[in-house]
Design a protein around this ligand. Sequence first.
Ligand code: ATP
Ligand code: MG
Length: 266
Amino acid sequence: TLQREDFISALDEVRPAFGVAAEEFDQCAANGIIEFAPHVADILHKSHLFVEQVHQSTRSPLVSVLLHGAAGSGKTALAATIAQQSAFPFVKLVSPESMIGFTDSQKIGAITKIFNDSYKSPLSLIVVDDIERLLEWVPIGARFSNSILQTLLVLIKKQPPRGRRLLLVGTTSERDVLAQMDLSAGFSSEIYIENICTLDGLQKVVRHARLFDSQNDYDALFATLADYIAVRSFSVSIKKLLLLIETARQDPDRHSRFMDEFGTIC
Ligand code: ATP
Ligand code: MG
């Protein structure tokens, strides 16, 4: 039977704009997740454990994880995938793109509102994407917004109210900068997102993207690539590689175009 408390707590329960947030996340991983190396499955497995931890343990109402790696390494797509897979009733994306043109205090207001809304849901997941951009950090003169930094420092460590649980997923390409600001220390754990740096990884992505129709074309490209990387170490982000493949696809000579473009970045 329903009691007065249930009625009160029902009033308190926000109806999250679930559809809207879910769509945002769909866009982030529009190209899907390609398992180009074993670490990709590892990351998804580890994150699944964090989701379970928040779901099940009453002792850890707040779990936070920072995904860090080079620009384009796939941090946003992975964070979005974690959010989608969690199936938590409240999932939200805090991203610099959604706050273009905001003043510092508008940004602080928007970020704080998302956290406060999450405290009304029993289980929440917030992705704080591209943290250095949120802070308006620029390497020239090492400038950033101290007021946004102070807000994040507090919110990242703030325990949700009794009975509420929150999984926080942050992303950054500037882990060292965040460490200097004491922000990375606020996260309970960190996961490093690697670039692609093996021939096998390149092959998996090129095949997944179906750059060619025939096995011979693949063999030829992979042979050229093997020679090319035999004498140099390389590292390419998944974002750049997927873009490069699409560029090569437009050219009648996909093989040469791929190698040309690859040469300019590796
Ligand atoms: P930025 O540093 O610019 O913010 P990012 O690290 O957030 O970049 P994403 O924007 O997530 O990178 O871009 C990665 C792209 O690669 C996405 O389109 C995603 O769908 C695709 N992708 C394919 N395989 C993977 C993978 N294993 N991990 C992550 N992203 C992948
Ligand atoms: Mg990103």
